[in-house]
Design a protein around this ligand. Structure first.
Ligand SMILES: [Fe+2]
Length: 247
């Protein structure tokens, strides 16, 4: 089975379309999304329509969906609050109910999926090996995919060992990892619509269970169009500019 694994689309239609085309070219059979479909970008409705139109797709809730649903913005930055209030105004009851159907965690036969980290599925930032150790302690599956930091990378831990190894992305922001027996993996698939590793190109992950290989490619998209949409919507200009710099 070939899974497309994505995270943090953040209402960026151009990036999402480019990644979907890449996944289809790679004959991905099922797509899973580690939360934050919404927030920051100017195409929330279009992204949700695209998502809902896919045949085999599952999505967990991100902290942006949670904030939008709960109205609890106290832990968010001002530009995130501005974009979420605007996003809420774009969505009718149908789409709010659709978002509310996203679970916090999905745990299947081949892997688990959450937005942050297994011990804090909505808000845990996997930013260090120490932080990853706590997530490994709470793991739900040998292989867990997540997003939230907008930085692609892989942590792995050998059975019966407390040590955690970091496998960083290469200079092009890409990853290719053979998933070995006897090891557990936390795989951060980066961000489709707002990468923050200095590369203004979307992240698209593919997990091939037959080959036991995960790879992550970077996909060029029309960044300028996404930026223009943000400006036209009257959202903070910074949200458009950061897309062009990948920060
Ligand atoms: Fe995010």
């Amino acid at each position: 089975m070939k899974y497309g694994i994505l995270a943090d689309i953040h209402s960026n239609l151009e990036a999402f379309q480019a990644v979907l085309a890449f996944l289809k070219k790679n004959r991905v059979e099922v797509m899973v999304i580690a939360g934050d479909v919404l927030g920051y970008g100017a195409s929330p409705l279009e992204c949700l329509q695209l998502l809902a139109g896919e045949q085999s797709v599952a999505c967990v809730r991100g902290n942006h969906e949670e904030a939008l649903l709960s109205g609890e913005f106290s832990r968010m930055r001002p530009e995130a609050v501005t974009s979420l209030i605007w996003t809420r105004q774009q969505l009718n009851r149908f789409w709010i109910d659709y978002l509310a159907s996203f679970p916090f965690i999905i745990c299947g036969a081949n892997f688990a999926l959450c937005h942050g980290a297994a011990d804090r599925p909505l808000s845990g930032y996997l930013t260090s090996r120490d932080r990853a150790k706590r997530a490994f302690a709470a793991r739900l599956h040998r292989i867990c995919f997540c997003g939230h930091t907008h930085f692609p990378c892989v942590y792995r831990q050998k059975e019966d060992s407390p040590e955690v190894e970091l496998i960083p992305a290469d200079f092009n922001g890409c990853l290719k990892v053979k998933l070995e027996p006897g090891w557990s993996y936390l795989i951060n698939v980066g961000s489709v619509g707002q990468p923050r590793d200095g590369l203004p190109v979307a992240c698209a992950g593919v997990y091939d269970t037959g080959q036991e290989v995960f790879f992550l490619e970077r996909i060029e998209y029309r960044v300028e169009v996404a930026r223009e949409r943000i400006l036209t919507a009257g959202l903070p200009a910074f949200l458009g500019e950061r897309l062009c710099r990948g920060v």
